[in-house]
Design a protein around this ligand. Sequence first.
Ligand code: FES
Length: 88
Amino acid sequence: MPTVKVRRNQQVESEFTFSDADSTLLNALQKNNVDVLYHCREGFCGACRCQLKQGEVNYINEPLAFVRRGEILTCCSKPAGDIEIELL
Ligand code: FES
């Protein structure tokens, strides 16, 4: 199962294992008590945007919000393997 390392202000804030039962990265972050921004949970608003520093994610639904290169939406993606993200 993929490991998710979470950084904020360049410090490691959390590290946990993603379980398929979490279904999205946002759910897994919340389950592991990481304080994250979100709103629509459907890929529209962009509130859950963060930077993907290492690894890759798969989108469950294609994101409709604008994402810059190197950014992902946590509400509609899940890790494709071990990943490292930086919260904005
Ligand atoms: S919470 Fe709205 S795009 Fe993810």
